[in-house]
Ligand binder design. Structure first.
Ligand SMILES: [Zn+2]
Ligand SMILES: [Zn+2]
Length: 154
């Protein structure tokens, strides 16, 4: 996806904001106008003087820069952006349209505890993350989540 917009590990809020603003070729003033905040506030953030953003500023900047608000929140807290996690499932045991077994969602789980099949969290065809087990088909390419995948145990 749009990895350019993802905050880099260790990037400060100031650096991130400058990088995104320059990418969009906006001046501090333009950004402030688009975000409906004072241009001095933008300057303060970019100089690292403001590190905690209130909700209004967060929302404004996110809209103005076309970024998910979580990104700005994460950088301002010095956290790394959590990549979206897919739903893990066993293509042997799971019946599409039903909830995935919570045992499969364990971060350390790589194999199905029932049958030993390798768990998957992506569409076998296009690699898109499976975000809901209520879907039976990949919303991106239409490939059925269960099917296909050959019997071969990996
Ligand atoms: Zn299984
Ligand atoms: Zn797909």
């Amino acid at each position: 996806m749009d990895t350019f917009k993802t905050p880099r590990p260790g990037e400060s809020l100031a650096d991130y904001l400058v990088r995104m603003r320059k990418f969009l070729q906006m001046t501090q003033f333009e950004l402030a106008q688009a975000a409906l905040i004072h241009s001095r506030s933008v300057g303060k953030i970019e100089r690292g003087l403001t590190t905690k953003l209130n909700q209004k500023t967060l929302r404004g900047l996110a809209v103005a820069l076309g970024l998910p608000q979580e990104f700005l929140e994460a950088v301002s807290k010095g956290q790394e952006v959590q990549r979206q996690q897919g739903v893990k499932f066993c293509h042997q045991c799971w019946s599409p349209g039903h909830a995935a077994d919570p045992m499969w969602q364990n971060v350390k789980a790589k194999f199905c505890y029932l049958c030993g099949t390798q768990l998957q969290a992506n569409c076998a065809n296009c690699g898109e993350l499976v975000v809901s087990t209520r879907h039976r088909f990949c919303p991106i390419c239409g490939h059925p989540y269960k099917s296909s995948v050959n019997k071969a145990k990996t």
